[in-house]
Write a protein that binds this ligand. Structure first.
Ligand code: PEP
Ligand code: MG
Length: 544
């Protein structure tokens, strides 16, 4: 296989520039392994299933121990529940029954049984039992992974790799150790997805829309990913390797030159300045922020704390995360966005269910207002962490002044509870994201209620142009340079300034250097960009 693949090149759409070379890790979706196959010897399939169940239980026991140490017993309990479910006779008997009667492979039997049990739980009256549907799906998926030799999908054990996949969801990427990712190469995906945003943040090349046949590519192959040329080469020839090495050296030289801008002001020749902050998704990203000399954190996507796990993060866990970030940033501003779950950012334990239009659905602040218990846990953690540094809170997906009032009422309740319990807290600066046309149109009214605006151009473009940002087929139509979007930015900045408030941009457009000059001229006060873009944008501002 490797020989016939030698030097094979595929093109794709660049999400982020840069060149890298390394070993491939192919991530296959569970469904790909679940092909129905006829077997001659069902008893040996049953034995295979029993061995996989045993391995699954051991993994869950290890996960339980790890979680107890990291997040405490109550949050870890879910792993115990999963172990118990894996011992449930009804569930295991049902799998054996499918294998024997239909003479099929164990993967298929486990998957189909998981689906059936999940449907049965979902249809029950009791809310607790309904919530078990996600658990039974989870344990079936684990069983299938173990049956197909994919192990526990434990990303922490992986070598530094070029990740090759059909597509990647935020809950998958969040589980990976970022230091070990050299590049992303996917068949599907969109340049506006959160995986693309992650690649930009990590300064690694990424390609989407690569028309490769994943069954021909295997883990362990070597690949060169050239984000600048928009290509990936598998099993490169010696010549291709030496060309790539030259490009990598050239890039490192450019990076070295940028370092000279550290400590310098973001100031134009005629003395205008703009804040350049950075976007992050986890505590471990603060390193990138400091390395790149950002003036603050303009967007901490807190929902990433909720992804890739089995249950809600506790107040204490969140408090520790927020506190650590503000402490690491010293006096610099840290804007933490409250939970923006939903749409492409899914966590089964929320039990959000399937929606026809998730981007227009039950998400972000809507969940927080409707399920204030979830929101209050986060707010308590934020108010407590605010004592330790320059923390601001930002609310996503706002469409009305009424929502802001509802949020403030919930914040007031949290404040009262903390006061009663004599827990130290501080009410910090509170702002909103402007990412719906509705918010733009009433930004004059909203400006009177909040401390600042941060424009989320990713969603603002999606909702203004009626284009799903995740839809690969619409890439050519998704145009954040559309006059409508740019005019909206101007409206928002003007309305903020009329009220003495500031307005920034934290969507990906903030890092678009063809617009840096336009933004400065519009009076935008802050651009929050992927950390590796900070010095590049600074260079651009200083050249104005
Ligand atoms: C945006 O919509 O521009 C934004 C910054 O938020 P997210 O990309 O996380 O939706
Ligand atoms: Mg958004």
């Amino acid at each position: 296989m490797a020989e016939e693949f030698s030097g094979k090149k595929f093109s794709g759409k660049t999400v982020y520039n840069g060149v890298t070379m390394g070993k491939v890790l192919v991530l296959r979706k569970d469904q790909e392994q679940i092909r129905r196959k006829r077997v001659e010897n069902p008893e040996s399939e049953i034995e295979r299933m029993q061995r996989a169940a045993e391995a699954s239980k051991q993994q869950l026991a290890a996960l339980y121990d790890k979680a107890v140490k990291e997040v405490g017993e109550s949050s870890a309990a879910i792993f115990e529940v999963h172990q118990m479910m894996l011992e449930d006779e009804d569930y295991l008997d049902a799998i054996c029954h499918v294998i024997r009667t239909e003479m099929v492979n164990a993967e298929y039997a486990a998957a189909i049984t998981g689906d059936n049990f999940a449907a049965m739980f979902a249809g029950m009256e009791d809310e607790y039992m309904q919530a078990r549907a996600a658990d039974v799906k989870d344990i079936s998926a684990r069983l299938v992974r173990n049956l197909s030799g994919q192990g526990s999908a434990d990303f922490s054990a992986m070598e530094p790799s070029v990740i090759v996949a059909d597509d990647l969801s935020p809950s998958e990427t969040v589980q990976m150790d970022k230091k070990k990712i050299l590049a992303f190469v996917t068949v599907h995906g969109s340049t506006n997805s959160h995986t693309a945003i992650l690649a930009r943040m990590m300064n690694i090349p990424a390609l989407i829309g690569v028309q490769m046949d994943l069954s021909e590519i295997s883990t362990g192959m070597t690949a060169i990913v050239d984000g600048t040329a928009g290509e990936v080469i598998f099993e490169p020839t010696e010549f291709q390797c030496s060309e790539a090495e030259k490009k990598i050296a050239g890039e490192q030289e450019k990076l070295r030159l940028l370092q000279e801008l550290k400590g310098k002001k973001n100031e134009t020749h005629d003395g205008r300045t703009i804040n350049i902050y950075a976007n992050i998704g986890s505590v471990s990203d603060v390193g990138y922020v400091l390395e790149n000399d950002a003036g603050g954190i303009g967007l901490f996507r807190s929902e990433f704390l909720y992804l890739g796990r089995e249950d809600f993060p506790s107040e204490e866990e969140q408090f520790q995360a927020y506190k650590q970030v503000v402490q690491m940033m010293g006096q610099k501003k840290v804007i933490i966005r409250t939970l923006d779950i939903g749409a492409d950012k899914q966590a089964d334990y929320f039990g959000l269910g399937k929606e026809d239009n998730p981007a227009l659905g039950y998400r972000a602040i809507r969940i927080c207002i409707k399920q204030p218990d979830i929101f209050k846990t986060q707010l308590r953690a934020l108010l407590r962490a605010a004592v330790y540094g320059n923390l601001s809170i930002m609310y996503p997906m706002i469409i009305s002044a009424e929502e802001v009032r509802q949020i403030y009422a919930i914040v007031a309740e949290v404040e009262e509870e903390l006061k009663q319990a004599r827990i130290p807290y501080r009410i910090p600066e509170q702002g909103i994201m402007i990412e719906t046309p509705a918010a733009v149109m009433i930004s004059d009214e909203l400006a009177q209620l909040v401390d600042f605006f941060s424009i989320g151009t990713n969603d603002l473009t999606q909702y203004t142009l009626a284009i799903d940002r995740q839809n690969q087929r619409l890439e050519d139509f998704y145009n954040p340079h559309h006059k409508a979007v740019l005019r909206m930015i101007q409206i928002v900045v003007d309305n903020a300034h009329k009220c003495g408030k500031w307005a920034g941009i934290c969507g990906e457009l903030g890092a678009d250097m063809t617009l840096t000059e336009t933004f400065v001229n519009m009076g935008v006060d802050e651009l929050s960009v992927a950390p590796p873009m900070v010095l590049k944008v600074r260079e651009k501002v200083r050249a104005m």
